[in-house]
Design a binder for this molecule. Structure first.
Ligand code: ARG
Length: 401
């Protein structure tokens, strides 16, 4: 955080008007067939896809190609430490959803399935809080045609309310987005944890705003295993981190709307969302309650506050029965993932600066090695336009130059 140009390293150019790149299509189809021997010879499918691209500029993935391609995109996500379970992701084929209302209904369903909060009879979902990785893949972009998307950065995020004195109630990362929605008539409760509505845009219906129903947003009130006062801070966080604005690319076909989630690793909340100076900035609050000596950095009061905040997050999720993992466990799993992949004859693309957790880095095994840095496809990319929409809540064209 706070080091522009580092966190947001450049994304390969994407030309929404261009026809599907045949070489990318071929690479993917060959990989899909090679890794799934049951799918038979690739040649007939290659011929079919080549003809389809020649005629229409793009091609349609089969359900199985889509499912495997989405899993490969996760396997190739070099910043993700949680890839051991890449095969287990639930891939929901939502390519036929069109209107913002239809899309919204599927996004709600996504959150319910991911969090096990669905109680419709007959559906096979886990117990509430048993978070499972899910991706919903909506219609691909066709060359030269507009496409549907969600402006929000994640399906669930908390609003940031700018106060007259300049302070922020809520998540400072969402201040501009929140202000834009307020101009459009949205009003939150004004708490530090108001769930933002979804901004869903589709080609023929424009942008629509939807409040998420409570049952779709599983949340955890934060408590500490030892300090009773911690509950008085009235903190909470949500269960399902679901990135909503990254483009999924598979075999040259781009899916601008393909929200996906895993479960949280505690440090994402306790060492970043609640701790970063430009987020909830809770370390000074923790230090005061813990009566730590903040007269000098050398007392390591920040570090001590961080540890207690992170203990609170892990403890609270466990108590609430909501799946979460700690960074030691997740680091060990990642090395297991690397071992398994190497056994299968594959290297694991990884970005050290993202894989190493934000606290106790060298106390986890992922710190002590280098990784294969490669941009492999299928993958997920955050396009500049999508990033701006999530940041400002305003369409690209209305941005001052
Ligand atoms: N770091 C982001 C957040 O704190 C979520 C990124 C995805 N995380 C995950 N565990 N799948 O909201």
């Amino acid at each position: 955080m706070g080091t522009p140009g580092y966190r947001d390293h450049p994304v390969p150019e994407w030309d929404p008007d261009a026809a599907v790149d045949w070489a990318e299509a071929e690479d993917f189809l060959r990989q899909y067939h090679a890794e799934n021997p049951g799918t038979g010879a690739v040649e007939p499918r290659l011929a079919e896809v080549r003809a389809e691209i020649a005629a229409t500029g793009t091609y349609e993935h089969t359900g199985d190609e889509l499912t495997y391609g989405a899993k490969l995109a996760w396997r190739n996500a070099s910043r993700c430490i949680g890839r051991l379970y890449w095969r287990s992701m639930l891939v929901l084929d939502r390519r036929s959803a069109r209107t913002p209302h239809e899309i919204c209904a599927e996004l709600i369903r996504h959150l319910e399935l991911a969090g096990g909060t669905d109680d419709r009879s007959g559906s096979r979902v886990g117990r509430q809080g048993a978070v499972r990785p899910v991706i919903s893949v909506f219609a691909p972009a066709k060359p030269g045609e507009p496409f549907a998307r969600v402006w929000n950065e994640q399906l669930v995020r908390y609003a940031g309310h700018r106060m007259p004195d300049g302070s922020v109630v809520g998540d400072p990362a969402q201040v501009d987005f929140t202000a834009a929605l307020e101009l459009l008539g949205w009003k939150g409760k004004g708490t530090a944890f108001d769930v933002l509505p979804l901004m869903i845009e589709s080609p023929h219906h424009g942008v629509h705003m939807f409040d998420l129903p409570e049952r779709a947003v599983l949340e955890v009130p934060l408590i500490h295993p030892e300090y009773g006062w911690f509950a008085e801070l009235d903190l909470r966080w949500y269960a399902i981190p679901a990135i909503a604005n990254q483009r999924l690319t598979i075999g040259g076909v781009n899916y601008p709307l393909a929200p996906f989630n895993g479960w949280y690793m505690g440090t994402e909340i306790g060492a970043r969302n609640l701790a970063d100076k430009d987020r909830y900035n809770l370390l000074p609050v923790m230090a005061e309650r813990l009566a730590l000596d903040t007269s000098s950095e050398a007392t390591l009061w920040r570090d001590r506050a961080l540890v207690e905040l992170n203990r609170a997050v892990l403890h609270s999720y466990a108590r609430a029965g909501v799946k979460i993992s700690d960074h030691h466990t997740e680091a060990a799993r990642f090395l297991e993932h690397i071992r398994r992949e190497e056994k299968a004859g594959r290297e694991v693309p990884a970005d050290w600066s993202w894989i190493v957790p934000p606290i106790s880095g060298a106390a986890t095994p992922v710190f002590h090695r280098y990784y294969h840095e490669a941009d492999q496809r299928p993958n997920f990319y955050l396009d500049e336009e999508a990033r701006q929409l999530a940041r400002t809540g305003r369409p690209w064209t209305s941005l001052p130059l």
